[in-house]
Design a protein around this ligand. Sequence first.
Ligand code: AHR
Length: 504
Amino acid sequence: MTAAHLTVDPRFAIGHVRRRLFGGFVEHLGRHVYDGIYEPGHPAADEQGFRTDVLELVRELGVSMIRYPGGNFVSGFRWEDSVGPREQRPRRLDLAWHSTETNEVGLHEFADWLDKAGCELMLAVNLGTRGVLEALDLLEYSNVPGGTALSQRRIDNGRAEPFDVRVWCLGNEMDGSWQLGHRSADDYGTLAAQTARGMRQMDPSIELVVCGSSGAAMPTFGEWEREVLTHTYDDVDMVSCHAYYQEHDGDAASFLASAVDMDRFIEAVVATADHVGAARGSSKKIDISFDEWNVWYIDRVDAVKPTAIDDWPIAPRLLEDVYSVLDAVVFGSLLISLVKHADRVASASLAQLVNVIAPIMTEPGGPAWRQTTFFPFALTSRLARGEAVRLRVEAPTIDTARYGTVSAVDAVATVDDAAEAVAVFLVHRGLERPVDLEIDVSAFGEVGVVETHLLHDDDPGASNTLDDPERVRPRTVQTRLGNGILSLTLPPVAWAAVSLRRVG
Ligand code: AHR
């Protein structure tokens, strides 16, 4: 048994936890849209063909804003294909995922689905194979109330009110060689700045996200951000970060420390953005949109290889990772990292939502169920309210091959003054022994424990599957409170959340 001491004090406030930190991402990829959120003919489908069982799970997950429609998909996408009478919509080849896109679900249907799910729309424009004009056309179609050709087309297509999309992504992963229309930082920065200025001329109230690196391991990382932001600093609000983690070669210790890498990634991008701002003498701050993050076994993917010229399946099974308890513990620690940077991470999108590297899985004609990663997301989204607060953590350390010596325990708290509520989120990365935690919460006066949740299993490889969808559920964890000290024991490889409320 080892021990750790933590202190939560509201004076160490980081920043307000914005709801957009708990965003998601729906890409036209594999069985995400078709046979995922949309399956006409399913017993649970509503009148529009949307699965109500999936909608219920999406609401329970507590997702705020959803990025759409890609991803790599967006770089070959013609938005006009996805609106208007369905029977006239063209079928297109999706080169990114070697599939056929039927356009049966498009902008109007997806916006209806978001209304049902209670989520906000975040739209990505295609800056891979298209440019300024097409982005302006989509903005006019979406946000202009009426009186112009494209706003009238939207009205004729059945939507009188504008979609009023607040947040727009200027392309996707334009630093990646796999991206259709991949560009140099100079070329992309020029195009993104022109597009941003044009879009702002039409609607000055929108928020714009420029593409940062598609991963901190990219050879252009850092320099890409500097160059792109030098072009776009005055015209955008956020720069994107993307990060996916997986266990390599059975190295669970390094995998469990993935959030250390996420911390460094965020801090490096903030430093680069602030450097560009300083060099320009600007008082403006660029925030981060961490608009793709997750555990993803990219190595296990039989990547989308060009097959025969006539083999373009509709909604094939792609990227359907099954997540273990170990994956979910790492996933929970990534959420801790995001909350720890609430001052600069204005928005984040879990990639993705249904079937495709997803917390929610479905079977055609069959059930929908929660993967292990569902639980830390739903609990953090529900309990992390108010201000994020940095903890003082004194804990044993662990040596990892990838990230050096790291703390065995990581944590963050949130304090909601209005509700007189405190929530503490914890991860124990140790692989062998439990850790005894003593958390000093005396700064809050008299408090009582309201809820506890522990994600752990004696088998860290346990997962929820079609055959056993309830195998993994969070349990409660025993706590003791006395003299302002909250005590609990975390087993190895565990994620936990504890919520407290002021009493008296
Ligand atoms: O989320 C899966 C893919 O990962 C996205 O399409 C792309 O942006 C990223 O490389």
